[in-house]
Ligand binder design. Structure first.
Ligand code: XIL
Length: 370
């Protein structure tokens, strides 16, 4: 592995710690052939992607998923507002189709996500504390119970930390927090454990990865939450790091690895759950953009996979044809030019991009978990 990397890496690439978005390093190439999951599995890791049922109708997309993935996650079809659009009215038809696709193709599934302020069902706003606690309990019991024994890891609580909300406990001010208080978090984990004792239970969040003031604060908040959950005896097993990376933002392997070690010391494993690249700060030129994105992904994954508690890498979509980035929901997703974002490892035609090679190289170079 080292040999091939050394041959492929130019001096500029070896100094990539200070590569800037303006001077993209040369594009490294992994050997063609095995898909990303095969490379991950050779190291005792898993690789996969988010998808939705609409994509199952596209033969080139499903072929690419089969070639690259061993782990799938529903992009939104397991979220609370989707599976319980009206109180007690549960709809599992679409996520059942994803579960079936995974079963037929012998892939594992992640569950995503039980409690997330952005997928609160609209009827939730009318409930008092007692009714809301019951609704959360019922939702977790029904949803986790639906696929009991068939989901490896559940994202139980998503994005509950927000330093900017100014609380001493770093928690995001959500409807759940307002009505139930901070105990909604351990309660959600306990309900999930009861509904499927075999599933590993994750706290999942974004914004931790870069070497910025905001990310440092976020990491402190996430660690405080995880330590508190552990102290309270809440059954949390996994930290999900979303890894919506931003080209042009600094990344420092050492401080990132310190954070991962702190998490591992709590006895947790770690999964990269939503990897993609916001290429807004990179030039429109496709070759330069792809090189810049691949470089950041490679540095991020090499640093991440060096930590043995890390068990899986999941990208938020597999090809540039399908990405939430195109919807431009977040202001930071909108490019200032008209270039179409290229956030994922495959291009619109399912061809492997430099980002694919970056992931392959990082997986090939990862220490074995066996
Ligand atoms: C996004 C989906 O990609 C969109 O289709 C949906 O409209 C909103 O949610 N963090 C998460 C994911 O945990 O669930 C989000 O997915 C992206 C940010």
């Amino acid at each position: 592995m080292i040999g091939r990397r050394a041959v492929l890496a130019s001096p500029a690439l070896l100094g990539a710690g200070c590569a800037s978005a303006q001077v993209p390093p040369p594009i490294p190439q992994a050997a063609a052939g095995p898909g990303l999951h095969a490379r991950a599995a050779a190291k005792g890791l898993m690789f996969g992607a988010a998808l939705n049922t609409g994509q199952l109708a596209e033969p080139d997309t499903t072929a690419a998923i089969r070639a690259e993935c061993g782990l799938l996650v529903a992009e939104y079809e397991m979220k609370w507002d989707q599976v319980e659009p009206n109180r007690g009215d549960r709809r599992f038809r679409l996520p059942d189709r994803l579960m079936e696709f995974a079963r037929v193709n012998r892939m594992a599934m992640r569950g995503h996500t039980l409690v997330w302020h952005e997928s609160d069902p609209p009827w939730m706003g009318r409930l008092d504390a007692r009714a809301l606690a019951n609704a959360m309990q019922d939702h977790i019991e029904a949803t986790v119970g639906r696929w009991r024994g068939r989901i490896g890891t559940w994202d139980v609580v998503n994005e509950a930390v927000r330093a900017e909300d100014g609380r001493v406990d770093w928690l995001r001010r959500t409807r759940m927090l307002e009505v139930l208080g901070p105990d909604y978090i351990p309660a959600a984990f306990r309900a999930a454990r009861a509904a499927d004792p075999a599933a590993r239970l994750a706290y999942n969040d974004f914004g931790c990865e870069h070497a910025t003031v905001a990310a440092r604060r976020k990491r402190m908040g996430v660690l405080a939450l995880l330590r508190g959950l552990k102290r309270a005896g809440a059954p949390v097993d996994v930290l999900g790091v979303q890894a919506h990376l931003q080209a042009g933002q600094p990344f420092a392997a050492d401080e990132w690895q310190d954070f991962l070690s702190d998490v591992a010391e709590l006895g947790l494993t770690i999964e990269v759950t939503e990897l993609d690249m916001n290429d807004r700060a990179l030039p429109a030129d496709v070759a330069a953009r792809d090189a810049g994105s691949a470089d950041l992904v490679r540095r991020f994954l090499e640093a991440t996979l060096a930590q043995r508690a890390v068990r899986a890498v999941v990208t938020w979509g597999l090809s540039d044809r399908h990405s939430w980035v195109h919807a431009g929901r977040l202001p930071e997703h909108r490019r200032r030019d008209s270039a179409r974002a290229r956030p994922l490892p495959l291009d619109d035609a399912m061809r492997r991009k430099p980002m694919w090679h970056a992931i392959a190289i990082a997986l090939d170079g990862a220490p074995s978990r066996a």
